[in-house]
Design a protein around this ligand. Sequence first.
Ligand code: AMP
Length: 518
Amino acid sequence: MKLNPIWKQHEKDIVIHNDKMNMIESCLDRHAIKTPDKLALSFEFENKSTKTFTYKQLQEETNKFANLLNKLKIKPSSRVFLFLPKIPEMYIATLGTIKHGSIALPLFEAFQEQGLELRLHRGDADVLITNSELAKRIPKNIKKKVPSLKHILIIDEGKYKKDILKQSKYFQAIQKKREDTAVMIFTSSTAGTPVAGVEISHQALIQQHYTAKLVLDLKPNDNYFCTAHPGWVTGTVYGILAPLSIGCSIYILEAHFDAKNWIKFINKNKISVIYTAPTALRMLKPEIKKQDLNGIRNICSVGEALTKAVFDFYKTLGIEINDTYWQTETGAMVIATWKGLKKKYGSMGKAIPGITVKIIDDTISLKPDFPALMTNIYKHEKMHKDYFKNNWFRTNDAATIDKEGYLFFIGRKDDIIKTSGERVSPIEIESILMKHKSVKESAVIGIADEIRGAILKAFIVLNKNFKESEELKQKLSLFVKENYAGHAYPKTIQFVESIPKTNSGKIIRMKLRELEKK
Ligand code: AMP
C-alpha cells in the first residue's frame, strides 16, 4: 500500500537519495559532519566507570565494525545477532551492521541457552556477536544446529580486539531500497509461531524521527535516558535510532534497576527526557522526590497501561506523563499524548498525525499506510498476512475511542502477557515446562501484579510418579529461568488435576484467568 501523503513532508528530515537510503546516514553521518564533537553516547557501567563517544567517534567505531563484516566476507543483507548487555559494542555493532547493509537482530541478555538457540535458528543467523560471559549460553554444537552461522565474535577476546583495531575508520553506507529490512526484532506471539522475527525497514526512520520530535519532544541539546534494552523494540528504535537521528546525547545505564541508582544517574547527567515503562515508574515511587524531577522536561511511558495511580503520583511531583502506544509490529509510535495536545484522564491519547485509527471488532486497527509498519515476519509470510483484514492492520489490542478520537486501552485480545512491559508468549513457556520430566501438561497465564503489571503463573499436571511439593515448584521455576529466559519464568506455580481445553485440545487460558479473578 502507498504511504499516506502526510509522510512526504517528514521525509525531508531524513537522508534519502532518489528513493534509496541507509538510515545510519541520518542517525550518524550527517551529525558527524555537522557536530562532530557533540556527545552521542555516554555509558555508565556496572562497576560505575564511564565511557563516552562523540558523534565523530561513534561514526568511526561503527565504520570499523562495518569494515570487519566485509573482512569476514559477510555479504550485505546478512543477519547479525547481537547478544550483549547495554555496553558500547551493542550500540556500535547494531549501527555498523545496518550501515553495512545487513540486518541487525539485537537480543535481550536474559535469554538462556534454549531461548538463544531458538532465535538463532529461526533467524538463520549469519553472525553472532557476544561477550565471553554470555557466550557460555551458546549450545556446544551450535554450528550444526544453526548451519547458516558463519562467525561468532567475542568482543572481549584478544582476536576480536585485534581485528577491530585494524579496520579502517572510513566506510560509505550501503544504499538500500527504502523498504529493505534494517532491523529484525524477535517478538512473542500467540498466533502463528510463538517466536518470530518482525522486520522493520530503513524508511521506518521517517516515522521514528518524527515521533521522537513530536512526542518525546527531543531536541539536539537534550540529555536523553531510554531505559529499555535494545533487545526490545523500544530499546532499538527509541534507545538508539530515533534519538541519534535527532542529534541529541543518549545516556545509558548498564546496571539493572535500582531506584536510588537511577535517581542519582538522572541528576548527575542532567537528564531532560526519559522514556520508560509504568513498572519502572512504579518502582521509582518510594524514592523519587519533586526536586529530582526539576531538570526533566518530559517523561514518556510505554509497554503497558499507564494507570491513573501512576499518572496522578507524578502529577503531584509536577510532571504530566505522556503515554505512548505502539508495538514491535508498528515499528514506531502510533498513538500518544504530546505537548500541546489536551490530555484526557485515563486515555492513552490520539493517533499520531499520519496514522488512521479505527476500532474494528473492539480491536485497535490501523490503515497500513505508515512508513514504520513491519514489512514482513521472517519466514512466516502467512502469519504476517493474517495481521491484515480488509486493508486494515489489526493490533490484537482492545480499546474504545471517543468522539474526539481519544483512545482508552482495554487489554490484549490474545494470550500475550506483558510482564514489566516485556512481551512473553505463554506457549513459549509451556513448551519449556513440558521438557521437564515431572510435567505432563502445563498452561501459563499472566496474573495481576501491583508493581510489574503482570507476573507469570503456571498450572501444572504432574506425571504419575511425581509428588506435589513446594520444592518441585521451585525446581520448575528455576528450570525455565536457567534454560530459557531469566525474565520470563513462572513466579507462581499451582498443581492441578487437569487443564481446561477445547474439543480440539487447545488450552482455554481465558477460563484459568477467570478462575484467578474469583
Ligand atoms: P511490544 O511489541 O513488546 O512493544 O509490545 C506491544 C504491546 O504492549 C502492545 O500490543 C500492547 O499490548 C502493549 N502496550 C504498548 N504500549 C501500551 C500502552 N501505552 N498502554 C497499554 N498497553 C501498551
